[in-house]
Design a protein around this ligand. Sequence first.
Ligand code: SF4
Length: 581
Amino acid sequence: MNNKFKVLVVDLSQKKASIEYFDQRNNWLGGSGLAAGLFAHFADLKADPFDPSQPIILAIGPLTGYFPMMSKTVLGFQSPYHGQYAETHAGGRSALAIRFTGYDAIVIKGRAERLSCLAISSKSIDIHETPYLQGQDIFKTGKILRRVYPEHSGHRSILRIGPAGENLASFALINVDTYRHFGRLGSGAIMGAKNLKGIVLAGDSHIEFEATQGKEYNKTYDEIYSIITKTKAVHKYHDLGTAQNLIPLNELKALPWRNLQATKDTKIENISGETFAEKLLLRQTACAHCPVGCIHIGLLREKFGPEHEFLYRQVAYDYEPIFAVGSMLGLTQEDYVLTLLEDVERVGLDVISTGVALAWATEALQKGVVSLSQTLVPLEFGQLGPYREAITHLAFKKNDFYAQLAQGTMKAAEKFGGEDFACVLGQEMAGYATGETYFVSQALGFRHSHLDSGAYSFDQEEDSKNISKAINFMLEQERYRCLLNSMVGCLFGRKAYPVENICKALNSLGYSYSKEQLEETAKEIQASRWALKIKTGFDPEQVKIPKRYLEVENWKGKIDPDFLEQLKKAYAQEIKKLSQS
Ligand code: SF4
C-alpha cells in the first residue's frame, strides 16, 4: 500500500519520460478520480482535443490486482466527438499489466514524429517507430505487435488502433487485447492524432504486500470471491451473457429496430442470445483476474472461394453490438450480424456508434434526404452487402458524406438534414428504448452511456413519472459508480461490491477508510468530473433530444413529452449544481 500515486508521464514529442508522485490518494482514490485529477493537472482545458499537448491518461485503482473483477482500466481524454472531457473503460489484461508495471497511472502527451508504438514495462520505456503499421487493421496490427514484442506473453496487454483511428474518425476506438475496447467517444482518434498506433504494456514486476495484512485480506478475498462464484449475483453474465437481454427488451417493446422506427419485431429469435449460443458460440473468455468470463466469442465461417473454401474467425458479441448492427440495421440473421461485428472491429470503429450512424444514413437515403451518390452503396435495412462496404467508407472517410458521418450522426444530420430521426443522445444511442428516464440519462449523462446510471432499469421498474425519484436514482447510481470506477471494478460486479465491501477490501490492504468517507469522496469525484466536463464545453441546459424519441411507443405506452422535458430540465440543474459544489 502506497499513499502516493506513482505516475509515468511520457512525452512523445520529446521522446522523454519521467515519474511523478501525487499525494491526493484520499481525494482521487484511483481510476475515475485519478484520471480526472491528472487531466485537470496536465491538460489545457481550453485547447483542442487534437492539440498534441493534450494528455491521454490510463489509470487503475487501489484494488487492481488484489481483488477479483477489479479488472478494468479507466482512460481519461478530451473527446474529439464533442470536445469535452471524457472517460472510457476497458478490461482485457490492461489493468493487471499496468499494475505489474508498477504505475498507478500513465499519462501520454505530445505527438510522435512518425507513426509509433509505445512499450512500457517496469524496467523500460520504448518509443518505437512503426511506419510499416500505417493503415493496417486491428488484427494485423495485433499480430505484428505480438511478434515485435514477444516477451511477457500472458502478462502483456496490447492496445492498438485501426485505420479509423489513424483517419481521426470521431468514434474510432482503441482495441484492447482483441476482444475488449476503450469504445466510445473517440479515444482511438486521439491516439491517431498522437501518431501512436499501439501501446504495449508488459506487466513484468510484482506487487508489494504487507504480510501483516494477510489474514484480513484472505478473509475478505474469500467472502467477495464466494459472492461472485457461488451465488447468482453475476452468474447470468457467463451463461448467455448480456445477449440474453435481446428477447426481454423486444418483449417490452424497448429494443430499437431499423433506426428506432419500431421497438419490437417478430424475427427477434433469429438474433437472440439463445440463437447465438446455440449456433455460433465457440467459447467464453475473461478479463485478467475475473472468474466470471462474460466475453462470448462466436465462430464465423466465411466462404472465400467458389468451391468449399472457408475462413474461420473468432468474433466477440454482446447485447449492445448485436442491437447496433443487428436490430438497428434490420438484420435478422445471426451470422450476418457476426460478419458486421468483425468488419467494424477490423477497421477500429466503435460498434454502437457505427450501427446507429448507418441506421440514420439508411433512413436518410430512403427519405431522399441524402442520395446514392453520397452513400455510394444502396443502404437498405436487412441487406448485409452495402453495410459491409459502408463500414470501410466510414473508417476511411471515403467522401464528404462519410467524412461528415465519421464526425458523428448529429453532425452529419446538421449538414445534410434528418436531425429529427438521428438517434443521438449525447452520442449515438445505446440499445434501450425503455423510456423518458433512460433518454434523459444518456442525453445528459457524464459519459452519455447506458452505464452512467443504469437508468434503463429504473424505467423498467418505475411507472410513476416522479421527477425527484428519477433524479435521485440517477445521481445516487452515478455516485456509487464513481466509487466502483475509481477502484476500478467491472460494473457487472456491483452486487459483490456494495460500499461496505469496497471499504473492507481497501482496509484489508492497509488503507483506513470509513464507509462515510468513501461515500463523501465519491461525491467529490462525481462533482469534479462534472466540473471538468462543463469547463471543456458541456452545457446541460442546451441538450436537445431528437423528435424520434417522442415517437417511441413501448410497453408503458407513448413517451410523455412534458415529463421528458421536465426531467431533462431538473437533471440539467442538478448537474450544474454538482459541478459548482
Ligand atoms: S465480467 Fe466480463 S467484462 Fe467484467 S471483468 Fe469479467 S470478463 Fe471482464
